[in-house]
Design a protein around this ligand. Sequence first.
Ligand code: DP6
Length: 327
Amino acid sequence: MTAGIGKARARANIALAKYWGKSDTQLNLPAVPSISMTLDPLLTETQVELLPELRADVFVLNGEASNPGELTRATQLLDCVRAEAGVRLYARIESRNHFPTASGLASSASGFAALAAAARQACGLAFDARKTSALARQSSASAARSVFGGYVELPAGVAGDATLAATPLSPPEHWALCIVVAVTQEGRKAVGSTDGMTHTKLTSPYYDAWLAAAPKLADEVRAGIAERDLGRVGRAMEQSTLAMHACALAAAPGLLYFQPATLAAFAKVRELRQTRAAEVYATMDAGPHVKALCAASDAAEVSRALAEVPGVLRTILAGPGPGVELL
Ligand code: DP6
């Protein structure tokens, strides 16, 4: 480790029990618990270098200057670290997503987890997974989970609790599951998660019902992971995604993240299950892609079946991976 430089690697994650809605917008605290799997090989590598000659932070993302919104979010994170470490220098951030080409997957979780770890290291703070997770959470709640490997929970936050961090449930080697991503569309999603969940909270008549249902579904997912019971995890996972989307659909105006291919891929997952071709379950986030969860031994069969669905552009396979790594 060189003074003033921090370098870290972190992976994306998929929520098996979904986070949707905040209990504290200022501190970015989730209103419901969420549980995820950290995914290999979808990773981001980030370097933070403190440089005396800089008059502002600089953020280079995938070889190009980041947009102003991304720079603001990165600077806010760096400001927290600088305040804790008593550092006054600006930083040059270089971040690269090593995702399969146009995977259609969000990189904010891996991005902010890697940035949080690299920024703390650059400012001379000792590695502390909990603090790194709480820091990443302030930028994007799902990023708090990517700090840990394997199966991870982010509890619901009580308004005002600035220290909320994710906790690891089981390491990657606990259970060889696979996520098969059916990519259904290129490009960015129409309404991002942050705006989508704010709009849902403000206008959906089903928001309170979602808040009541989500913790019970997280309990089921957590118990299913502990028992390595795919049926238990999968049933609760499908209910969690459908309840989240039902709540968002009922907002005014309604938020519809699905495309025709999303429903076709979802139907294929249920068909594979019903015909006993594979035990597989599906989940969708704030976008049109379908993420199918199955045993690693069924992944090739599930991938083949999903790739044949009209509108599915390609599939990507990912297994449970490690948490954030300092480089
Ligand atoms: C549907 O973590 O992207 O993927 O905290 O506002 O940055 P912010 O939201 P974000 O939301 C993720 C929502 C989700 C479900 C999940 O990952 O739990």
